[in-house]
Design a protein around this ligand. Structure first.
Ligand code: OXD
Ligand code: MN
Length: 565
C-alpha cells in the first residue's frame, strides 16, 4: 500500500507532478516511491542494489572501471514496432504508417479497474522510481522536462547516462505542469502483455511489458522522437532520427552536418569518425549520435541540439578499426546489455576484431563454444555510455543554442541501386529523396533482418503523427529557411556481384564528408545528372579506384562491415 508520506519528500514544487505521481502510485499500488536526485551517492546505492538483485553483473573493475553487464530476458532484446501505438483521437492523425489505437481504448486496457487494466496493481511489492530528466542542453530554449515512472532499476541507471537526470530537472520544471508523463512497468515481460502507447495530445507515454532500451527508456524514441515530432509539427521545429557532427578542416573551420540513417546503420560510427591518416588535419567532433532537435533561427538558418547526454550504441561490429573513439569511450562507466563475457570479467562481441578466448559466456550466460555457429553476443547487444567519455565530443555539444547545420544527409542500407553519394537539386528535391528512402531492416527491431522497406527520413518507426503531414511539415520548414542546408543521399552498403561491399566505409567515409562540406561551402563543382548532383568525374574516379584498392588490400572487411552500428 502506498504511503503518501513518501511522496512528501519529493522536493517538487509542481502540484501537477505531485498529483500525477500520487495517482500513478495509487493505480500501480507501488510499495515504495523513490524520487531520483541524480547524485553520485544515489548512483552507488542503486548500482549496489542492482548487483545484489542480479540486474547488473559487475565487470572486471581493473579493466573496465564503473562498467556492468545486464542480461535481458531473451524475449526482450529489440524494439517492438508491432506493439508500438500512436493513440490519437482519430486514425487519420496517426496516419497509414503507424499502429493506431483510440486513446480511450488504450487507457482502458492499461488502467481500467473493472477490466483488470494491466497497470492496475502492477507495482505491488515493487518500487516505483520517479525519474525526472531534461532533454536538451541545460539553459537551452530547446530544453524540455520529462518524468519517467518505472519499476526497473536497469531503466533508472540507463536514464542517468542517457539524460540530464535528477534534481536539475525538478529545478527546471519549478511549479509548472509542462512535462512529458512517462509510465513504464515491466509487468512480467510477457510479449503478450507488451504495449508501447503514445498519447501526443496528452504529452504522455505508457509502456508496459518490456525492459528493452527503445521500448523502456522513454526519453529516447518515445519522447525525443515520437512525442517531440508531434510537438515540433505544432511549434514549427523538427525532431529527427539524426546524428549531428562537426567537421573541422585543416584551417580550423568547422561545418556542422546532421545525418539520418535507420537504426543500426552506422550513425554512431559516423558521428564518432576518426579520419584516415591520408586526410591529415581533418577532424570530426560528435554533437549527437541518434537524435537531433532542429529549429529555424531568426536569420533563417537551421540550428540543432542533441537532446540526449549519452549513447545507446550497437556493440557488434564496433572495433578499434571501425570506431576507435567508441572503444575508448566504453572502457569506463558503461552498462553493456546482452554482450558476451570473458572468464576475466571483460566483454566481447562479434566484429570486435579480438579473438574470442576460451571459457566465455554468451549473452544469455551460457558457456559458449567458438565455432558452434551461435553468436556469443546478441546482434542487437548494446552499450550505454555517457557522452562526456567520448574522446571526440564536440565542445559545442552542450551549447544552449546548438550548432548551425550546413548539410543534411539521408542514408539507407542498400545492396544495390543507390550510389555512394549525390546531392539534391534543392530543399524540395531533398525532401523527396529523404521521404522515398529505403533501407534493409536490421536487428534493432524485432522481425526479419535484411528486407528492404521504405523508411522515410529514417523516421518510419519514430514519427508520432501522419507521415503525409510530416512531409508537408518538412516542406513548410523549407519555406521559412532563408539559408537551407544542402541535402545529400549516401549509401555505404552497396555490394558487387560477389556480395562484397564496394566501399570500405568507416574512416574512409571522411572522403564523402569532405566532399559534402566542400559542396555546402560552395567550393567544388558537381555534375548535374537526372538523379541529382554527383561528384565530378575525376572525384568519382578517385573514389572508385580507392574502393577497389581497399577491397584488394582487405577482402575480409566486408564481413565486419555487415555489423556496423
Ligand atoms: C536506437 C534505434 O536504439 O534506433 O537508437 O533503435
Ligand atoms: Mn536510433
Amino acid at each position: 500500500m502506498t504511503n503518501s508520506n513518501q511522496l512528501v519528500g519529493s522536493c517538487t514544487r509542481s502540484r501537477e507532478l505531485f498529483d500525477w505521481v500520487s495517482e500513478m502510485a495509487w493505480l500501480t499500488k507501488a510499495d515504495r516511491i523513490v524520487w531520483c536526485d541524480g547524485s553520485e551517492q544515489e548512483r552507488q546505492r542503486l548500482t549496489e542494489l542492482a548487483v545484489a538483485t542480479g540486474v547488473l553483473i559487475p565487470l572486471n573493475q581493473n579493466k573496465r572501471p564503473g562498467c556492468y553487464l545486464h542480461r535481458s530476458n531473451p524475449n526482450d532484446v529489440a524494439r517492438s514496432e508491432d506493439l508500438t501505438f500512436i493513440c490519437t483521437p482519430n486514425r487519420e492523425e496517426a496516419g497509414p504508417t503507424n499502429n493506431w489505437m483510440p486513446p480511450k481504448e488504450a487507457y482502458r486496457k492499461l488502467r481500467d479497474r473493472k477490466l483488470r487494466g494491466w497497470l492496475e496493481g502492477s507495482m505491488r511489492g515493487r518500487t516505483m522510481y520517479v525519474v525526472p530528466y531534461v532533454l536538451g542542453p541545460m539553459g537551452s530554449p530547446f530544453a524540455r522536462v520529462g518524468i519517467e515512472l518505472t519499476d526497473s532499476l536497469y531503466v533508472v541507471l540507463n536514464m542517468r547516462i542517457m539524460t540530464r537526470m535528477g534534481r536539475v530537472a525538478l529545478d527546471l520544471l519549478g511549479g509548472s505542469g509542462d512535462f512529458n508523463r512517462g509510465v513504464h512497468c515491466t509487468l512480467d515481460l510477457n510479449p503478450r502483455r507488451r504495449l508501447i502507447c503514445h498519447f501526443p495530445q496528452d504529452n504522455t507515454v505508457w509502456s508496459v511489458g518490456s525492459g528493452y532500451g527503445g521500448n523502456a527508456l522513454l526519453s529516447k524514441k518515445c519522447f525525443a522522437l515520437r512525442i517531440a515530432s508531434y510537438l515540433g509539427k505544432k511549434e514549427a521545429w523538427l525532431a529527427e532520427h539524426m546524428l549531428i557532427l562537426g567537421v573541422e578542416s585543416p584551417h580550423g573551420e568547422v561545418t556542422y552536418v546532421a545525418a539520418a540513417f535507420p537504426s543500426a546503420c552506422g550513425k554512431t560510427n559516423l558521428a564518432m569518425l576518426r579520419p584516415p591518416k591520408s586526410l591529415d588535419g581533418w577532424r570530426v567532433f560528435t554533437v549527437g549520435d541518434d537524435i537531433a532537435w532542429m529549429r529555424v533561427a531568426r536569420d533563417g538558418t537551421l540550428w540543432a541540439v542533441n537532446p540526449e547526454a549519452g549513447y545507446f550504441g550497437v556493440a557488434p561490429g564496433t572495433s578499434v578499426r571501425s570506431n576507435p573513439n567508441a572503444m575508448e569511450m566504453v572502457r569506463r562507466d558503461t552498462i553493456f546489455t546482452n554482450v558476451a563475457m570473458t572468464p576475466d570479467g571483460d566483454v566481447w562481441w562479434e566484429g570486435m576484431e579480438q579473438d574470442p578466448v576460451d571459457g566465455m559466456l554468451d549473452w544469455q550466460g551460457r558457456p559458449w563454444q567458438n565455432g558452434s555457429g551461435d553468436k556469443a553476443a546478441h546482434p542487437n547487444s548494446r552499450f550505454t555510455a555517457p557522452m562526456r567519455n567520448n574522446p571526440a565530443l564536440s565542445p559545442s555539444a552542450d551549447h544552449q543554442q546548438g550548432v548551425p547545420i550546413s548539410a543534411i544527409i539521408f542514408g539507407g542500407r542498400r545492396a544495390s541501386t543507390i550510389p555512394l553519394v549525390f546531392e539534391s537539386f534543392d530543399w524540395t528535391h531533398g525532401v523527396y529523396l529523404g521521404s522515398t528512402m529505403g533501407s534493409e531492416t536490421t536487428a534493432a527491431a524485432n522481425g526479419k533482418v535484411g528486407v528492404v522497406r521504405r523508411d522515410p527520413m529514417a523516421m518510419l518507426p519514430f514519427c508520432g503523427y501522419n507521415m503525409g503531414d510530416y512531409f508537408s511539415h518538412w516542406l513548410a520548414i523549407g519555406g521559412i529557411l532563408r539559408r537551407p542546408p544542402r541535402i545529400f543521399m549516401v549509401n555505404w552498403f552497396r555490394k558487387d556481384g560477389d556480395g562484397s561491399f564496394l566501399w570500405p566505409g568507416y574512416s574512409e567515409n571522411m572522403r564523402v564528408l569532405k566532399w559534402i562540406v566542400d559542396r555546402a561551402r560552395g567550393r567544388v563543382a558537381a555534375e548535374e545528372t537526372p538523379i541529382g548532383c554527383t561528384a565530378g568525374s575525376s572525384e568519382s574516379r578517385a573514389g572508385t579506384e580507392l574502393a577497389n584498392r581497399m577491397l584488394l588490400i582487405d577482402k575480409g572487411l566486408g564481413h565486419h562491415l555487415k555489423d556496423s552500428s
